[in-house]
Write a protein of this length. Structure first.
Length: 451
């Protein structure tokens, strides 16, 4: 069989499913659910996979699922990753009237892309020509929100991480995966597919760790006898000032950001606050910078408590790793070549978008970094949405660009990777140096949290 004929057949299979793929994206847009609560979306996805005759493994990381589409060999195994979760923005016109949830990060698009490639791989019968497998993953909870509730699940032993991909890693679901493919939607209509970065070391994204903080003082009558109290809010106030006083010790190149909010400031205005709770994120471009900032923050928190004679409890929470310094050049080249081959030039954006000498042009975090730290990963930008991500103005205006085109790119890459003895996939795997060994992943995180 001629490779280019088969590739044409596979891309045609995506095109033939365009209406179905768009319908999937729109159904998920209309049924938004936040992380680890994506029950409807998971059931919907599962029913589509089963309709394709695929076996589905469900309830991975609480609400996630996956299906393995087998070729002539089990390995190499390429994962195509979609994210199930939405955000909570009640002000958004399309938000769920009960929960306030809405897909204003565009994860519904990723789901449609991932399901679309599954449809095309099955419809085309292509897998009988490919020397490896494809695992389509629907992963929960990319957004690190609802921290207090997720921490309760942690206490109950139901979760360890805040993010779904890390739960998949922890539970061994990436053990048999060799290469991961993913994407994320951007808000823009100038291009439809963007290949960022290039070969060699790349500026990447930050990682983070979380903290849940509890100051404990003593309540007293604020008017009659405040001297009998220990004001936990004043302790928190001093701690916040002490954190601010250290900001100029954070190096620009580390892109440290420490941000927090008070989730409980006291019980009543006429009672000396005896309990104050805070949630915090510490972001930075390297694990060492995260550890350093965490140490300084802990010092400040303890200092605030000490000044007032209060107590402070600090609960360190695993966040997401910073993106690795070096990705897979061979995989990046294949993504670029497929974009050039499949799409018209005016629809694409190629090359380095952020040639910043600082390694962290992007202050947002994603748990895809944890996947990229243990295996070769390619991800690309997707257009078709406008407005501001994570806000009420976000909407998808070009369904074909958002939902269908990325499925074509996945399809093209999967075919190239697994063609002819999976030569290209094997090259990608052989050349790749992981930042973190799969087997050492949990210990790596424990070291960050305990330092
Ligand atoms: Zn987001
Ligand atoms: Zn997102």
């Amino acid at each position: 069989m001629d490779k280019s004929v088969l590739k044409g057949k596979l891309l045609d299979a995506v095109e033939a499913r365009a209406d179905d793929i768009i319908a999937v994206g729109q159904w998920i847009w209309r049924n938004p659910e936040v992380g680890f609560k994506e029950h409807k979306t998971a059931e919907y996805t599962s029913s589509i996979f089963k309709g394709l005759g695929l076996e589905v493994e469900e309830k991975i990381g609480l609400t996630g699922l996956q299906t393995v589409i087998k070729g002539r060999d089990d390995r190499p195994n390429i994962a195509v990753i979609g994210e199930l979760d939405a955000l909570t923005i009640p002000e958004h016109p399309d938000s769920d009237p009960v929960t306030g949830s809405v897909h204003s990060c565009g994860h519904n698009g990723q789901m449609a892309n991932m399901i679309g490639v599954a449809m095309a791989l099955v419809d085309s019968g292509i897998m009988e020509h490919l020397d490896g497998s494809v695992t389509c993953m629907a992963v929960p909870a990319e957004e690190p929100i609802d921290i207090e509730w997720r921490r309760e699940l942690y206490s109950e032993g139901k979760l360890y991480f805040l993010g779904g991909k890390q739960e998949f890693i922890k539970d061994g679901y990436f053990q048999d995966v060799d290469i991961s493919l993913a994407n994320h939607m951007a808000t823009n209509t100038d291009w439809k597919i963007a290949v960022r970065g290039g070969e060699g070391p790349q500026p990447g994204g930050v990682g983070f760790m979380g903290k849940m903080i509890r100051f404990k003082g003593a309540e007293a009558h604020s008017g009659a006898a405040p001297w009998n109290g220990v004001n936990a809010l004043n302790a928190a106030n001093i701690a916040m000032s002490a954190i601010d006083a250290q900001r100029d010790t954070f190096k620009d190149s580390d892109a440290v950001r420490v941000h927090y909010f008070i989730t409980k400031g006291g019980d009543a205005v006429n009672i000396v606050p005896s309990e104050v709770r805070m949630e915090m994120m510490i972001r930075a471009a390297s694990v060492d910078a995260i550890k350093d900032a965490s140490m300084k923050v802990d010092r400040a928190l303890k200092g605030g408590a000490m000044a007032l004679g209060a107590e402070v409890e600090i609960d360190n929470i695993p966040g997401y790793l910073p993106s690795p310094k070096q990705g897979s050049d061979a995989l990046w080249r294949n993504m670029r070549d497929n974009v050039a081959e499949i799409f018209d030039e005016e629809n694409t954006l190629m090359g380095v978008v952020n040639p910043s000498p600082i390694r962290t042009p992007h202050g947002a975090v994603s748990d895809i970094n944890d996947v990229a730290s243990i295996m070769p990963k390619a991800s690309f930008g997707v257009g078709g949405a406008i407005g501001v991500g994570h806000s009420r103005s976000y909407s998808i205006v070009d369904p074909y660009a958002a939902y269908v085109m990325p499925a074509k790119l996945y399809a093209g890459m999967v075919l190239d990777l697994l063609w002819d003895g999976a030569k290209l996939a094997r090259q990608v795997i052989d050349e790749y140096e992981p930042e973190v060994q799969k087997s050492g992943y949990m210990d790596y995180w424990k070291d960050i949290l305990e330092s």
